[in-house]
Unconditional design. Structure first.
Length: 177
């Protein structure tokens, strides 16, 4: 039990740190936040991964400086999507044969769920709170196509990290039976 609590706290901290690590790319700056979100599910499993993300979200809502913005920020929907994104990545890792393909697809599915929460929230906040409605073409371009190469790279990296952890630290997977 102590081990799971420690690992949940560690991943919550990694997500917070990943928010502030920005890697410049030609299109958009790449943060490591979503990498740590999907890794939390892949390594800790669906329940503990989602719990670690909940700890991160609650810490931010309590006022700790772990978000780059606030709950009224149009990107907050992505943060809400972190919880089911981590859960889905963990579910896939638990359900299917442990291999790179499973972990990669779990990461991709987790990030897709984050998009599914983030894009509609961004649209609604832009339209009704900020008063600047974005068209479907703009949303697709800036919030799907432009970040997609970076998110695919993060999914590959997540699969490789979990593959290495599985070899060197097989007991690090709290969901493993």
């Amino acid at each position: 039990m102590t081990r799971q609590i420690t690992l949940c706290a560690l991943f919550a901290a990694l997500i917070a740190i990943g928010t502030h690590i920005k890697i410049p790319t030609p299109l958009l700056p790449l943060t490591l936040q979503t990498l740590f979100v999907v890794l939390s599910g892949l390594v800790l499993g669906k329940e503990h991964g989602a719990l670690s993300v909940c700890v991160y979200v609650i810490a931010g809502l309590m006022g700790l400086p772990v978000f780059t913005g606030s709950a009224l920020n149009p990107t907050f929907g992505y943060i809400v999507g972190f919880i089911p994104g981590s859960f889905l990545a963990g579910y896939i890792a638990e359900r299917f044969r442990p291999c790179f393909k499973t972990w990669f697809l779990g990461a991709v599915a987790g990030i897709a769920v984050i998009y599914a929460f983030g894009i509609p929230y961004y649209y609604l906040m832009s339209k009704y709170y900020i008063g600047n409605e974005l068209g479907a073409k703009t949303l697709l371009m800036y919030f799907v196509l432009m970040p997609m190469p970076g998110d695919i790279a993060k999914s590959v990296l997540a699969g490789l990290i979990v593959q290495r952890l599985a070899v060197f630290f097989p007991d690090s997977f709290t969901w493993k039976r």
